[in-house]
Design a protein around this ligand. Sequence first.
Ligand code: HEC
Length: 265
Amino acid sequence: MNKQHHSNDLRRATANRLLGLLLLAGLGLGSGAALAAGGSDLLSVDINVKDKAALQRGVRTFNDYCLGCHGADYMRYKRIASDLGYAEDQVETRLLPPGREMADALKSAITPEDAQELFGAVPPNLSLSARSRGADWLYTYMLAFYPDDTTASGWNNLVFPNAAMPHAMWELQGIQEQADAHDSADDGGDHGHADITDSFELVEAGLQSPEEYRQTVKDLVTFMVYLSEPAQLKRAAIGPWAILFLVLFSVLAWVLKKEYWRDVH
Ligand code: HEC
């Protein structure tokens, strides 16, 4: 009997250790892309998906700079209007491409075949990117483009090396080059450790200042986080009511219990 227990414990311990290893491996894979990029970490960004103004700025950037190549096929213009607090005619004038309806999904302007031919890769549907890549990854990705004449697009990216995507927002950010990629890794960034963008130097100013561009990217990522799970806005709104219901129901149940047990005692 004891022996049986013992071997069960052993098995459990081994299983736990295996689980731990798997988790570690998962974490390792997740950060591998960033680590491959010169030992730097991803930047971290605080996303507030309830910030309607940020969402509205984000959807405009997404519309102007991403939809040309990417689609967000699970989202419709109509839903954007209601979730982001836009009037429908605002969406129509500001976002809706000619020939599209409010009930249409956010389709990319380019066909997959044309994209394959032009870029050598099909730009993926971005509906779920914030979930598959995470907000920090997206944020850092948009800050990590630099020119590279050895690639087909003329651009490269520290977070996603050799991606087929050109820098879509270079006019806003300007052009940054890698100053000295090798000795910048340990000089400590804003967050007390190496910042992946530390190795960059702006060689051509963009339409926006570096701070403005970071804000543009943050708003864009906020929109993409919403896009990856539109229901989170509603869910957050329902939460307090659900808790209120539970509290009221508990009181009711307690009163009822007292009432029933009065005769028994
Ligand atoms: C000129 C076309 C083009 C534009 C504009 C463009 N992209 Fe891309 N994007 C691509 C291509 C092509 C890929 C595929 C890269 C690869 O797999 O090598 C890609 C890949 C990506 C990926 C990586 C997807 C993944 O998880 O592997 C993300 C995220 C992304 N784009 C976001 C954006 C955002 C956000 C914008 C707007 C600011 C944008 N893209 C604008 C062409 C474009």
